[in-house]
Structures are given as structure tokens and as C-alpha cells.
Design a protein around this ligand. Structure first.
Ligand SMILES: Nc1ncnc2c1ncn2[C@@H]1O[C@H](COP(=O)(O)OP(=O)(O)OP(=O)(O)O)[C@@H](O)[C@H]1O
Ligand code: SF4
Ligand SMILES: [Mg+2]
Length: 318
């Protein structure tokens, strides 16, 4: 059953629509990968789910975000403070900007536990130690009193995961959680996320640029381009038989998918800016299969099979 159901979500900056008609589903224990080139709207979509769009700059223009049947777009700010952390945790690409540099790591975790669960100082401290242990921080009873700068990059990222999990959320939104880390630490953090999924039944929305990461971690995939979902479905199927030319183009760009003797293919052209989204299919200026209809009519995201959907007039039906 879907824990989080996003329907028709559009996000605007004043009169400009940046993200349009996004549909996503996340079930208990599922890892959903959100992929797409830079600027496709992954981060603002995640922020919208938490109702953390920058006030006065971006707004949810339409759509619904249902968490166990409750529409978060209509929730009060007081309700959202309970949702954040308790029901949905979020981790970010750069832990430095989300951990308080002058507060001990353990206090940052314990503060959240005390605020949301009304735990005593002692209970909260024990829980913080347990959480640091769960995310693989060695000697947590001692490290709990460290400041963020005393941790390595990988440990700071783990500490941020511990903060996000402090109140046992069922959903974790992870926006490029490993991009700033070196490859070995990246692999460790991804393994940790999968381990937490297995142990706690966490549902994870994982934003990444890296299809290698997707291949290793995700169950399902949503591919975004220019603010719209172009294709979604089970990861294995999308990687094996992409239905959408954009998914296919992304796969061709990934290291390892081409002849190593040849230079890496890049998708020709640039993604459009939200000031100048093309009419019709937004991918048409870069699409090798574009026809006249693609310039004129925007393809809706349509089911191509029981579990898959693609937004293309000529989607390959597997
Ligand atoms: N506060 C803002 N005001 C106006 N436009 C914004 C704001 N924040 C983001 N945007 C625009 O929204 C679009 C989507 O941005 P977003 O950060 O979600 O992309 P992304 O897919 O996360 O990219 P990346 O992979 O580089 O992180 C971009 O065109 C961006 O310029
Ligand atoms: S609708 Fe047309 S332009 Fe868009 S992806 Fe499909 S074939 Fe390409
Ligand atoms: Mg982003």
C-alpha cells in the first residue's frame, strides 16, 4: 500500500511553473529513485513534499500530497512541524549546511527526540547513542559529545541520517545524500540506507544523478525532465527496456554503458530553462525520435503496462 501518494503536483515561482503534474507513489520498504539532469526539479519536488519550499519564492500551485490518506498541501504549519521528523525525515546533499556547527552531534539528535517525543534528557541521550550506533559511528557513547567539525565527511553524513531518523519516521527523503562523498564512503552510506530500509521498513525517496547508484539501490524509478515526470516504473524494467527516449538517452550517457574506447556520449543540447520550456513535449528539441506532433501536443504520462508509465507520443510499449 502506498504510504505517500503525490498527484498532479505543480510548483510555481510566481507565474512560472517549474514542476508540473508530478505523480509519485512510495510504499513501505520501497526505495524510489528520482533521477534527471540538473534543474529538472528533483530538489524542489522533495522540498514541496515536506512543505519546505522557500517562502515568498516558490509555491505549490496545485495537486495533492497524501500521507496515509491525509493531504499535506492542506495541513497547517503546526501539523507540518509534527510531520517533519516524526513521519518524514529528510537528508541533504551537504550535511554542513544542515548540522549546527556549534552544537554537539548528540544534542542535535536528542533535541529532536525531546521536542517530538517529550523524552527526558537521559532517555534522549541514550536514544542518540543508539542512533549513532545504528548508523555505524564507532564508539558512539564518546562520539556523541563531538562537534560536527570533529567528524569526517562520511561521518557527518551518517550523523545527519541519525538526526533524520531520531523520531522513527517511516519515510526518508534523501536528496543526493552521497554526492559530496568519495566513492568508498558513498557505497557505505548507500549500504547503510538499504540496511535501515530492511531493519526499519523505511520507505526511501532517493534523489541521485547517478544511474549506478540507482542500479544498486532502487526498486522503482521516476525520471524527471524539465519539471515533468517522463517515465516511471520498476527500476529493472526501465534500465533494461526504457520506454521513453529521454530515459534511453540518459542510459547511453552513463559510464560503462558505452564502448570504453569511444568518448562518452552526452545528450546533445541543454535542458531548457523554466523561462523557455518548449511547447509540446519538452524534450522534443533534443529527441532523436521527435515528429511534428511532438512540437504541438504535450504527451501525458500514460500507463504503458500495469506497473509502468511514460510521457511520450511514441513510447515503446514493452
Ligand atoms: N527559489 C527559487 N526561485 C526560483 N527558481 C528556483 C528556485 N529554486 C529552484 N528554482 C528553479 O527550479 C528548477 C528546479 O530546481 P531544482 O533545484 O529542483 O533542480 P534539481 O533537479 O534538484 O537539480 P540538481 O540536480 O542540480 O540538484 C531550476 O530551474 C531552478 O533554477
Ligand atoms: S513525445 Fe516526441 S519528442 Fe517527446 S520524447 Fe516522445 S518522441 Fe521524443
Ligand atoms: Mg537538486
Amino acid at each position: 500500500m502506498s504510504l505517500l501518494t503525490v498527484r498532479n503536483l505543480s510548483i510555481a515561482a510566481g507565474a512560472r511553473t517549474l514542476v508540473e503534474e508530478v505523480d509519485l507513489d512510495l510504499a513501505e520498504g520501497e526505495v524510489l529513485g528520482l533521477v534527471g539532469e540538473s534543474g529538472s526539479g528533483k530538489t524542489i519536488t522533495c522540498r514541496a513534499l515536506m512543505r519546505l519550499l522557500p517562502a515568498g519564492e516558490l509555491q505549490i500551485a496545485s495537486g495533492s500530497i497524501e500521507l496515509r490518506g491525509r493531504d499535506l498541501t492542506r495541513a497547517s504549519e503546526a501539523d507540518m512541524r509534527k510531520v517533519r521528523g516524526v513521519e518524514i525525515g529528510m537528508i541533504f546533499q551537504n550535511p554542513n549546511s544542515h548540522l549546527d556547527p556549534v552544537m554537539r552531534i548528540g544534542d542535535q539528535i536528542a533535541e529532536s527526540v525531546r521536542f517530538h517525543e517529550g523524552a527526558s534528557a537521559n532517555e534522549a541521550r541514550n536514544r542518540a547513542i543508539e542512533l549513532l550506533r545504528q548508523v555505524g559511528i564507532p564508539d558512539p557513547a564518546r562520539r556523541i559529545d563531538a562537534f560536527p567539525h570533529e567528524f569526517s565527511g562520511g561521518m557527518r553524513q551518517r550523523a545527519m541520517i541519525a538526526v533524520a531518523l531520531a523520531c522513527r519516521p517511516k519515510i526518508l527523503i534523501a536528496d543526493e545524500p552521497t554526492t559530496a562523498l568519495d566513492v568508498t564512503v558513498q557505497a557505505q552510506v548507500l549500504r547503510l540506507l538499504l540496511d535501515l530500509r530492511d531493519r526499519l521498513g523505511l520507505a526511501i525517496m532517493l534523489v541521485t544523478h547517478n544511474l549506478g547508484v540507482v542500479a544498486q539501490t532502487c526498486d522503482t524509478l521516476a525520471v524527471m525532465y524539465a519539471g515533468r515526470v517522463m517515465e516511471r516504473g520498476p527500476k529493472r524494467d526501465l534500465l533494461r527496456t526504457p520506454a521513453h527516449p529521454y530515459t534511453e538517452a540518459l542510459l547511453k550517457c552513463q559510464p560503462g554503458s558505452a564502448d570504453p574506447a569511444q568518448p562518452l556520449p552526452a545528450i546533445p543540447g541543454q535542458p531548457p530553462s523554466p523561462n523557455a520550456f518548449p511547447d509540446g513535449c519538452r524534450f522534443h528539441p533534443r529527441c532523436p525520435r521527435a515528429a511534428i506532433i511532438c512540437q504541438e501536443q504535450r504527451p501525458a504520462l500514460r500507463a504503458t503496462s500495469a506497473k509502468r508509465a511514460a510521457a511520450c507520443h511514441f513510447a515503446v510499449v514493452p
